[in-house]
Design a protein around this ligand. Structure first.
Ligand code: COA
Length: 179
């Protein structure tokens, strides 16, 4: 597998189509295809980490570089989204390799933590810790901001990239939509 990164603004229509098809296949197998062929769920990202086997896209992770507020402190974080492997290539380490590459990129960036919302064992195995902060973010429905959502999520996972530790008692404001 060849791993390539691409900035969102450089994605071609063919890249978008390949990512959309992959996300539909990967999330479709777990009955969760909300993508309808799009390369993103509600909003575009900043960077894609892509796994290619020749001309076939077999793996994907989207990265969002974002400021969030944890308690009284505003912090730079990288939010991961749409971790997906094509079902024909599952269980061969594709997602693990893309996650390793993503962590390397995050360590080189000005980010203090990586955050994601997900429950797959791959995350805890790689050192992400579960957190149960009260969360606030902008809700988007049918192409419109419809509300500001406050909830405690059981799906938040956090990886510290620097010396700072994560305060999971503090309120977490995503300063935008959820990724
Ligand atoms: C989740 C997903 C990305 C994993 O991709 P993958 O390329 O098959 O993952 P890997 O081959 O790198 O496997 C990573 C590890 O998780 C393990 N694993 C994979 N599926 C597992 C499962 N359902 N339960 C427990 N462990 C599992 C693998 O055995 C492997 O363990 P190892 O590192 O000790 O060998 C892929 O199954 C997928 O696209 N699923 C649908 C979309 C999805 O659920 N995305 C995650 C949203 S949170």
């Amino acid at each position: 597998m060849q791993i390539k990164t691409i900035h969102e603004i450089q994605l071609t229509k063919d890249d978008d189509a390949a990512i959309g098809a992959l996300l539909s296949r990967a999330f479709g197998q777990i009955g969760d295809d909300d993508f309808e062929g799009r390369s993103y769920y509600k909003q575009r990202h900043h960077l894609r980490v892509l796994g290619w086997e020749g001309d076939h896209l077999i793996g994907h992770i989207a990265l969002n570089f974002r400021m969030v507020t944890l308690g009284d402190e505003t912090l730079p974080i990288i939010g991961l989204a749409e971790v997906a492997t094509h079902p024909d290539h599952g269980g061969k380490g594709v997602a693990s390799a893309l996650l390793e590459e993503t962590i390397k990129l995050a360590l080189d960036a000005q980010a203090t933590f990586i955050l994601l919302f997900g429950d797959h064992p791959i995350y805890t195995r790689r050192g992400f810790l579960p957190a149960q902060n009260e969360l606030r973010y902008v809700g988007i429905e049918d192409g419109h901001i419809n509300t500001v959502i406050t909830q405690v999520t059981k799906h938040l996972k956090v990886m510290a990239l620097r010396d700072q530790s994560w305060d999971d008692t503090a309120k977490l404001d995503l300063l935008g939509h959820i990724f």
